[in-house]
Design a binder for this molecule. Structure first.
Ligand code: Q7Y
Ligand code: ZN
Length: 601
């Protein structure tokens, strides 16, 4: 398994710039690259990467995707004066030429190819290329939306031919639809293209019918083009995570790509004037981390858009930090996706039902009676995340976002409590084996346990033998409930009793929502305490007939895959305002594990 993360950046790409007044294109500035690179240096991330040089993409490589006419027009602009540059630029929708554009665009292409070679040769495991001009809007015969050559499409085509790849996944998390990439691969089943994008029922640029969820690919490529339109602004972390859990990841695991390319635009992040979304930089750590689980970690991230310099650079850093293998930050804030996001997710799942086994049992009956353009939702659904500032319209709004990001990133990078783990151990001797971040706690004193149990848990604890095992669990749980640590692990020979006591103890302590995932057979099914406990029980045989509570879900573990559980957990979870901690119990005897997430008051 290769290791290491490549970083490709060449200052040459900052020479492309707008020479005249154009309010549409003036956000695509050279500082997007230099600011991001500076931030990477500031977080000491550059020095941790394998710095791979960029190179110019050759004409032949550009012709893998573009027509020779397109190449010739681009080449001819190198010697033009401003007036001619302006005239040629006017032939395209939202594009500008500078005398250095052609050269910069060739370097942007070459950077992507260098990244593919570094990953495919095993020199590194993954990497990121900081490039401009971006690429995903450019088409075979046209520049478009700040893009001249389609860097990611050329990288995919190049990888197919040079390495004989049969399955490449392109994930486009830019806030705009990469229609260029869609047109290039929509008939090609070997390239699965996923894009989410601000759409607003075709109101938002590039306002194409074929950007909607029912554009599933053509001919043999049917099922290989996945469009997830966002019909409202203000989409946040929970919407993006739900899109991964319910659309991209199930299909991506089924597709099982040999290489993953990301059209990595950060205009889908908070503060961006184009996207007007609310997702914070840390969400890109999670998105990156999920994609690292595919293709044996072979992941090439290539920059597309992103126009709020602070938001862009923090998101770039979160991406690179995760590529390097750093742990992902705790997810905070709104947990449930908004209604509009759920509708888009359901629509695209229904549209792709015929092509993917993981969607085979999708219930599409809702489509009959729900207009696919649900203006009904416009009235009732005020996306909760649009309540606070998502309308970044002018300068002071931008500064407000800067301020917000300063504080937010500090919490992300230095969380309270620090990610500390509590554990009880059999013998002091093994204490030194534990990593420093693990806090060893003494078992709760037996008299204290007896008093606690006789007062509140007598109905759960039958034999005295169980009392012994409760001591370690209660000691760990106490550290979590009192916010001294973030999570903990305890061993118990009677997992289901320990879990039942732990759940009731947490609720008694004042927690309103506790999630419990119990793997293995459970002697007693704890009651779900009038809805304050959500129990997901993964077991050999269905036990749901024992309790009809909607807060108890039993799954046969033979059919369940992790992504399904994760998505189920997200769907069923209510709003969690603050961080929540997790506590793992494992029974040495039966290896039945139960994971309990405890929400703070
Ligand atoms: N009323 C007309 C508005 C046109 N807006 C064009 C915006 C192009 C954005 C391209 C981009 O960000 C690449 S990632
Ligand atoms: Zn974009």
């Amino acid at each position: 398994m290769a290791s290491g993360t490549a970083l490709i950046y060449d200052e040459e790409m900052t020479s492309h710039k707008l020479l005249w007044n154009d309010p549409i294109c003036d956000i695509e500035v050279p500082e997007r690259l230099s600011f991001s690179y500076e931030q990477l240096k500031c977080y000491h991330l550059v020095e941790r990467c394998v710095c791979v040089p960029a190179r110019e993409g050759s004409e032949e490589e550009i012709l893998l995707v573009h027509s020779s006419e397109h190449l010739e027009v681009a080449k001819s602009t190198q010697t033009m004066n401003e007036e001619e540059l302006k005239r040629v630029s006017g032939n395209y929708d939202a594009f500008f030429f500078h005398p250095s554009t052609y050269r910069c665009a060739r370097i942007a292409v070459g950077a992507g190819l260098q990244l593919v070679d570094s990953v495919m040769s095993g020199k590194v495991c993954n990497g990121m290329a900081l490039v401009r001009p971006p690429g995903h809007h450019s088409q075979r015969n046209a520049a478009n939306g700040f893009c001249l050559f389609n860097n990611v499409a050329i990288a995919a085509e190049y990888a197919k031919r040079k390495y004989g790849l049969q399955r490449i996944l392109i994930v486009d998390w830019d806030v705009h639809h990469g229609q260029g990439t869609q047109y290039i691969f929509e008939e090609d089943p070997s390239v699965l293209y996923f894009s989410w994008h601000r759409y607003e029922h075709q109101e938002f640029w590039p306002s194409l019918k074929e950007s909607d969820y029912d554009a599933v690919g053509l001919g043999r490529g049917k099922g290989s083009n996945i469009n997830l339109p966002w019909n409202k602004v203000g989409m946040g972390n929970s919407d993006y995570l739900a899109a991964f859990f319910h659309v991209l990841l199930p299909v991506a695991f089924e597709f099982d790509p040999e290489l993953v390319l990301v059209s990595s635009g950060y205009d889908s992040g908070i503060g961006d004037p184009e996207g007007q979304m609310n997702a914070t930089p840390d969400v890109f750590a999670h998105l990156t981390h999920f994609l690292m689980q595919l293709a044996n970690g072979k992941l090439c991230v290539i920059l597309e858009g992103g126009y709020h310099l602070k938001s862009l650079s923090e998101s770039v850093c979160m991406t690179v930090k995760t590529l390097l293998g750093d742990p992902v930050p705790q997810i905070t804030g709104e947990m449930a996706p908004c209604l509009s996001a759920i509708e888009s997710i359901q629509n695209v799942r229904a549209a792709h039902k015929p092509y993917w086994k993981c969607l085979m049992y999708e219930d599409t009956s809702f489509l009959q009676n729900l207009s696919t353009k649900s203006h009904l939702l416009e009235k009732v659904n005020t996306n909760p995340s649009t309540e606070h500032e998502s309308k970044i319209t002018n300068k002071d709004e931008m500064v407000k976002v800067e301020r917000f990001l300063e504080l937010h990133m500090k919490n992300i990078l230095f969380p309270v409590p620090p990610i500390k783990t509590a554990a009880t151990i059999e013998s002091e001797a093994s204490a030194h084996l534990l990593p420093l971040s693990v806090r060893v706690v003494k078992e709760m004193d037996m008299n204290e346990v007896k008093a606690l149990v006789s007062a509140f848990y007598a109905d759960l604890v039958k034999e005295d033998e169980t009392l012994l095992s409760l001591g370690s669990m209660l000691a760990v749980l106490d550290k979590i409930l009192t916010k001294q640590v973030c999570n903990g692990i305890a061993e118990s020979p009677t997992a289901s009793v320990s879990v039942a006591v732990a759940l009731r103890h947490s609720v008694r302590f004042g927690f309103q929502r506790v999630l419990c995932i119990f793997v293995g057979d459970m002697e007693i099914i704890p009651n779900t305490e009038d809805g304050r406990i959500l129990m997901i029980h993964i077991c050999e045989k269905q036990q749901s007939e024992k309790t009809n509570s909607k807060h108890y879900i039993s799954l046969n573990w033979k059919e369940v895959r992790f992504t399904f559980i994760r998505s189920l957990v997200y769907v069923r979870m209510h709003r969690f305002e603050e961080n929540f901690s997790s506590c793992y119990f494992s029974s040495s005897r039966r290896q039945s594990h139960s994971v309990k997430r405890v929400r703070r008051r």
